[in-house]
Design a protein around this ligand. Sequence first.
Ligand SMILES: NC(=O)c1ccc[n+]([C@@H]2O[C@H](COP(=O)([O-])OP(=O)(O)OC[C@H]3O[C@@H](n4cnc5c(N)ncnc54)[C@H](O)[C@@H]3O)[C@@H](O)[C@H]2O)c1
Length: 267
Amino acid sequence: MDDLNGRVAFVTGGASGIGFALAEAFAQEGAKVAIADVEVEALKKAEGALLSKGVEAIGVHCDVSDHRSMVAAADRALGAFGKIHVLCNNAGVSPVGAIDETTPEDWKWCLGVNLMGVVHGIQAIVPKIKQHGEGGHVVNTSSIAGLMALPTLGIYTATKYAVVGISETLRGELAPANIGVSVLCPSFVKTRLHEGHRNRPPELGKSPDEPNAFISAMLASAPEPAEIAKRVVRGIKRGDFYILPHADTKAGFEARANEILAAFDLD
Ligand SMILES: NC(=O)c1ccc[n+]([C@@H]2O[C@H](COP(=O)([O-])OP(=O)(O)OC[C@H]3O[C@@H](n4cnc5c(N)ncnc54)[C@H](O)[C@@H]3O)[C@@H](O)[C@H]2O)c1
């Protein structure tokens, strides 16, 4: 998809951080944007900020972990704009803790948002993109933790590896429909990800170690979300599958890939 002008983008987790930056970047390209988010106040504020810049935008309340909520949000966006061309499955949370110390509720929350949220987005919106036949693009936000495992981020890592796998599968499935796919795998970005527990459903209890001091410090000195959004826009236009905005993470991935490659040759 080499031109976003006049197209419609639907961004989950669009009220803040990388998602809001994506919405702004798409709007700068002339796209209409629907931002879907569970955080009501942030969503209102983000929608207001886009509208005040003259962007054709709508904020839709949505819990991505709930299939019905995702379908309802997609319907609202379609009601407002008629079509969706670009789907960004971006909403995510990041509970911290050694795997043996995590609770079933930690897994339920993080798998619901980071993994099933992506599945629900694909189920609710990809058929609508296929239907209009104008082509489109799906961007799934994974993480560098989708390409290499990081201690204390076991649940997060499990979901982000899954998002890479889903994206690699989706790429082949959607090519005949002229729908491109990208998987975004950033390292640290300056957002409120370390405060993700603000959106944890109360019935799933408390997150034990949030905000995590190490992650807070890494996020504070990280690149701005707008830089990542620029890379995504370029990736959509160029048809990049892997969008890897942090070159400094290459060596870590290389070490993992080399270990796997070498294991094929062991007797
Ligand atoms: N910030 C980083 O360092 C970093 C690095 C790699 C990947 N990521 C990924 O980027 C994505 C965006 O995160 P961010 O860093 O912008 O954090 P953020 O907390 O600023 O934004 C996440 C957004 O998702 C929304 N959200 C949370 N639960 C939701 C739910 N159930 N339904 C709908 N929306 C929900 C939040 O309200 C928020 O607006 C996530 O998938 C995250 O895993 C972030």
